[in-house]
Design a protein around this ligand. Structure first.
Ligand code: GTQ
Ligand code: FE2
Length: 358
């Protein structure tokens, strides 16, 4: 039993500890060192119809100007206390640039990828290399590379932006710089694709001014062919490819991983969990993703988040392609990457499987 004097000594002690900006470990909640990750981000889905209608309204109401820089709606995970972040490490957003419009040139330490959803005629210039963006293409903007977007076409261009901004912000390593003019001069067109010609044939002496892949654009037809070839090769119903830096075989950017998953109709993937978070963009098809206790029904253009260590499986209702943005390279580099099949979720997966095929 604690006597009154002991209690008053304890009270005085805790008051002093707090007064000197200290906190005892033994009074912390178990959230500090849980047995396994307890993410505050939640599994969540944003519908294409909603996103498309809102960026359309933005394009009628809001010009693209210096300061604001981009006409972008950021995915704000409801578990992240109002921050404009999809996950604790990843920024996910939808961007629209109307015909004849441009988004001014700038650079930042946060690295970015674009995955094109709709439109044609937009060129993004990355360190002087104008890259044409077409539906299904993956386009890179490495850290500290200048970039601007110009729509030379006659229809709005809409794409998904993925950035490591929340991570870079958490590390207090954000730098930003506008380019001296609104747009960069175009020095070359689709030059990165000529440099990295014919699969693994790299032009000798290739030098890039950034710490990313020398290839800036991964074209949809090639991605499509690679996935088909994989499926044909092993006769399976799921194929996954990782987009890589052709000079290293590693991820496209030091902090960002990109993958594409193809599921034949009524396929259920193995329930799985891994450390690190992902944002998925539905490129084609429809289906359901079960992430923890959340059931996310998706179709083309929808975007959804899977937090760290969340048991997850996907079930397709038709032939489907899921683009995945992740922070996996960060977890791997820091030796924090873990993944495993989740046996407990198997029964649920089989139930679902018989439901969709039956
Ligand atoms: O297109 O440069 O979604 O700088 C967020 C920040 C896009 C861009 C975003 C950016 C950009
Ligand atoms: Fe940017």
């Amino acid at each position: 039993m604690t006597s009154t004097t002991d209690q008053s000594h304890l009270d005085a002690f805790y008051a002093d500890v707090a007064a000197y900006d200290l906190q005892p470990l033994w009074t912390q909640t178990s959230d500090l060192l849980p047995p396994s990750p307890c993410p505050s981000a939640v599994p969540w889905l944003w519908r294409w119809e909603t996103l498309r209608a809102l960026v359309e309204r933005a394009s009628r109401l809001v010009p693209i100007e210096r300061g604001g820089e981009r006409r972008v709606l950021a995915l704000a995970n409801p578990g992240l206390h109002g921050l404009p972040y999809a996950t604790p490490t990843l920024w996910g957003a939808m961007q629209i640039v109307g015909p004849g419009e441009s988004a001014p040139a700038h650079r930042h330490t946060a690295a970015a990828i674009r995955f094109v959803l709709e439109g044609e005629g937009l060129w993004t210039t990355v360190d002087g290399d104008a890259c044409e963006m077409r539906t299904g293409d993956l386009v890179l903007t490495p850290s500290w590379a200048f970039h601007d977007h110009t729509n030379h076409g006659s229809v709005p261009m809409v794409w998904f932006d993925g950035l490591d901004l929340p991570l870079v912000k958490a590390l207090d390593a954000v730098f930003f710089e506008p380019y001296k003019d609104r747009l960069q001069p175009v020095e070359a067109k689709n030059a990165s694709e000529s440099r990295v010609a014919g699969r693994a044939l790299l032009a000798r002496g290739t030098q890039v001014g950034h710490d990313g892949s020398p290839l800036l654009v991964y074209r949809w037809p090639e991605t499509d062919r690679a996935l088909d070839a994989l499926l044909a090769q092993d006769g399976g119903t799921v194929a996954s490819i990782e987009f890589t830096n052709p000079t290293t075989g590693g991820p496209v950017l030091p902090t960002i991983g990109c993958a594409m998953h193809r599921l034949r109709s009524t396929t259920v993937t193995t329930p799985w969990r891994k450390t690190g978070s992902s944002v998925f963009v539905v490129h084609r098809g429809s289906g359901v993703t079960v992430a923890g206790s959340a059931v996310l029904r998706w179709s083309r253009g929808d975007m959804f988040v899977v937090p760290s260590w969340c048991p997850t499986y996907h079930a397709s209702l038709e032939d489907s392609d899921l683009f995945e943005l992740s922070d996996e390279p960060v977890l791997r580099a820091l030796r924090l990457y873990r993944e495993e099949a989740v046996p407990d979720a198997r029964d649920a997966a089989e139930l679902w499987s018989s439901a969709v095929s039956g």
